[in-house]
Design a protein around this ligand. Sequence first.
Ligand SMILES: O=C(O)CCC(=O)C(=O)O
Ligand SMILES: [Mn+2]
Length: 200
Amino acid sequence: MNLFEETSSEKNLLPYDGEVYYYGKIMGNQQANLYLKTLLETIDWKHDEAIIFGKHITTKRMVAWYGDEPYEYMYSKITKKALPWTAPLLELKRLTESETGETFNSCLLNLYHNGDEGMSWHSDAERDLKKDGAIASLSFGAERKFSFKHKQTKETISTFLENGSLLLMKGTTQSNWLHRLPPTKKVVTPRVNLTFRTIV
Ligand SMILES: O=C(O)CCC(=O)C(=O)O
Ligand SMILES: [Mn+2]
C-alpha cells in the first residue's frame, strides 16, 4: 500500500454535513466469533418495544441497554433503564475508546436473528443523547449492509459492516443524515451490534 494513501479510518464516508469513519475489522474472526457467542449468552436480551401510531408494538429484534449509571433513555416513546456493565462489555467499551480516542458512558445492543430483521431509517438524536456526540458501532456475526440518507438531498451512501468491525459516526451526522440496517433475504445467521453513546 502507498504510504501516503489514507487508511480507511481516516476517510470520511460522507461527502458533506457529517463524519462517518469505517475502521474495518479491529479483531480476527476467532475473537469476534467468541464475542458473538458470549454476548448472545450473557446479555439480558428483551424484544424491542415501541409505540407507533398509538399502538404498542413488540419487534422480533432484541435489545439491551447498559451504562455507567442506571440512566433512563427514552426512545420510540419507551423508557429504558441502563443495566450495570458486564465484564465483556467493559472490555469492548475500552477497546472502542482506545481505537477511536472518544469516551462513552452507555451502550445500546441490538440482536438481529437473521436478515428478516433490520432497523428502518432514523437518526440517533434523542434528547437524552449528547448533541453531536460521537457514536461508535461494533458489529459481530453476519455481515450486513448499512446505509445513510441525507435528510434534505436524499443522497444515499452504503457500506458493509463486517464481523468484528468498528464504525464511528460523529460531528453533525445525526442532525443531517438518517441511517438504517436494511432487511435482506441473503442473511440467515444472527448479528449483534453495539452502539456506544454518551447520555447527558
Ligand atoms: O445495527 C446497526 O448496525 C445499527 C443500529 C442502530 O442504528 C441503532 O441502534 O440506533
Ligand atoms: Mn441508530
